[in-house]
Design a protein around this ligand. Structure first.
Ligand code: M6R
Length: 586
């Protein structure tokens, strides 16, 4: 969702903010802006569109001063346009606010403020915050008191940055939305919605708790907890480097992140799963909650646990409240960002019912990891492309390791450890073929993905990848389900992509492939089985892997297919329309 960055120090704030915002572009956004304060007052530039276009039009760097706030907006309240872009100001242009989240009681607050004579200029929920701070200042409160008073009136979710003209300090507040403080080397402080925004400046962070309000000056931070008392929060040093968030000579982050999976897999396979194994062993009924791609990893975990004779249910985060049993004693929450609102809500509900929480995430210090009893970090480095690639395979790797360690499945663990080199070999072999296939497929409009067993979540993820970045219609089915309805949509030349490894499910897959061919479908078959490959109009020969590892392995050519088709269509695979890297609203 929205990206936030704040700076106070000896540099030109607009430069730091512009750089920081360019690092959070991957979160997805439709407008951007910044405000900078100097001895001459406060100046603001904002507009609809991409950062580089807004910069080309207005030149952010003309803003002088060493204190400022920047924002990339992903519209929730009000269409993307200049007046709805952040920062938002009060009536006097003395308070500027950037916000990620949703102020749920904004209508009531706006009515009250309008009644007091405030003039609103946007359709956003955020603007009330600027006017509330203005009210506080008008009543004689000093800046920290006015901010605290305003924040106390807010209901909903927020990461807020607040700048008040004439004040040599910045204010921030967070509740159910990510916000971290960065400590500069000398006389400078930062804050941002996520770590990569600040990696060019610092690797030392301070983590805020829910409900915290903070004040930053160039020398440090004062933090007040939800109880209003001054508080000390834990420091965090991260090993991520700015280079990890660079494209390394590739055209897009997505291809860099696809191709580095043999390396990131090796790192995920070495994750420490001890705490997770302990929780899983003692759980009677684990729930697994996640959204989007992470939910497909959750399905693989359910598959593995069921195969091991253990009860478990995978839930879509936003559906947990409706579908849960209320007897779950462990919730395994899978989220690359650790900030997904739907997943966090499910976790909090499960905790209220007495469940323990095991987090599987990529982001150290994320909200999820801080609310969990134990966390397994997948350790694949920052994923900058909006769509999940290496975090999916990283999640799968720790899931295999977790379940196999719990079961004492030594053969499984050995096969998993050998995966990075197999994966490299497979990537070398298929990349060129997939590129050619993508050129042939890019003109088609509808795609079906089918598989069985552990391959089914892989088909679901392959379809999600394709639709997310090509904007083409793609659906995935358990292959046996086709005949129960979707087969009526098959006609001449509709591509059906079959994930069809050899093994006990191969014969049934072969029947399903034939059913599709009989209706004129263009079959694309991925398999290690020669006779199945012969069934395809197009065939991708895969190495043999055990059934469990099918999703880990077969997803790579599917990620490549989505990527190359997107390039064929002239679209941007890193920043697909309407999507955000971490979805912090429900
Ligand atoms: O950060 P999370 O793993 O919790 O994110 C969950 C989904 O929002 C995410 O997987 C989404 O589906 C991506 N667009 C997948 O590419």
């Amino acid at each position: 969702m929205c990206g936030i960055i704040g700076y106070i120090g000896h540099r030109r704030a607009s430069e730091v903010l512009l750089h920081g915002l360019s690092q959070v572009e991957y979160r997805g956004y439709d407008s951007a802006g910044m405000v900078v304060s100097s001895g001459h007052g406060m100046r603001l530039i904002k507009d609809k569109g991409k950062l580089r276009d807004i910069h080309a039009k207005h030149n952010f760097l003309q803003l002088e001063g060493g204190i400022g706030l920047g924002h990339t907006r992903w519209a929730t309240h009000g269409e993307p346009c200049e007046r709805n872009s952040h920062p938002h100001s009060d009536c006097l242009g003395k308070v500027a606010v950037v916000h990620n989240g949703i102020i749920e009681n904004h209508r009531v607050l706006k009515e009250e403020l309008v009644g007091k004579g405030h003039r609103f200029t946007s359709d956003t929920d955020t603007e009330v915050v600027a006017h509330l701070v203005e009210e506080g200042l008008k009543s004689g409160a000093d800046a920290p008191a006015a901010v605290k008073k305003a924040v106390a009136r807010l209901e909903g979710t927020y990461a807020l940055g607040i700048l008040i003209a004439g004040e040599n300090r910045l204010f921030l507040a967070r509740r159910h939305a990510p916000l971290i403080i960065g400590r500069g080397k000398k006389d400078e402080m930062f804050f941002a919605s996520d770590i990569p925004a600040l990696l060019g400046y610092t690797r030392d962070f301070i983590l805020l708790n829910e409900g915290d309000i903070a004040q930053l000056d160039s020398r440090g931070a004062i933090i007040w907890g939800a109880d209003g008392k001054e508080a000390v929060r834990p420091p965090l040093h991260v090993n991520w480097t700015p280079q990890m968030a660079q494209k390394d000579g590739h055209d897009y982050f997505m291809i860099k992140e696809i191709l580095e999976q043999p390396l990131t897999l090796a790192s995920a396979v070495s994750a420490d799963v001890t705490g997770g194994v302990k929780l899983l062993k003692s759980a009677k009924y684990p729930a697994i909650v996640a959204c989007g791609t992470s939910y497909y990893a959750a399905l693989v975990m359910q598959f593995l646990l069921h195969k091991a004779g253990r009860p478990a249910s995978a839930y879509i985060g936003s559906e947990y409240a409706s579908w849960r049993m209320r007897g779950e004693d462990l919730v395994v929450a899978i989220s690359q960002s650790g900030e997904t609102a739907d997943t966090l809500t499910a976790v909090r509900l499960a905790k209220e019912d007495g469940a323990k929480v095991l987090a599987i995430t990529n982001v150290v210090g994320s909200t999820l990891s801080r609310e969990a009893d134990a966390t397994i970090y997948i350790g694949v480095g920052p994923e900058v492309g909006v769509v999940a690639t290496k975090t999916f395979t990283g999640q799968l790797a720790v899931i295999y390791k977790l379940v196999y360690t719990m079961n004492g499945n030594k053969a499984g663990l050995e096969e998993l450890a050998a995966m990075p080199s197999h994966m490299q070999k497979m990537l070398d072999e298929v990349q060129g073929q997939v590129k050619q296939l993508a050129a042939l497929m890019a003109k088609r409009k509808n795609f079906f993905f089918i598989s069985r067993g552990a391959g089914w979540p892989c088909a679901l993820e392959a379809a999600l990848k394709l639709k997310e970045i090509t904007y083409l219609h793609a659906e995935a089915y358990a292959a046996g389900e086709l005949k129960h309805g979707p087969i009526s949509m098959l006609e001449d030349k509709v591509p059906v992509i079959a994930i069809a490894p050899s093994g006990p499910l191969a014969a049934k897959m072969e029947s399903n492939i034939r059913e599709c061919k009989a209706r004129g479908a263009s079959m694309i078959v991925l398999s290690d089985d020669k006779s199945l490959l012969q069934e395809g109009e197009y065939a991708l020969s895969m190495p043999a892997v055990s059934e469990d590892l099918v999703p880990l392995f077969y997803i790579l050519p599917m990620q490549l297919l989505a990527y190359y088709m997107t390039l064929e269509l002239g679209r941007d695979p890193d920043q697909p329309r309407n999507l955000a890297k971490s979805v912090t609203v429900e």
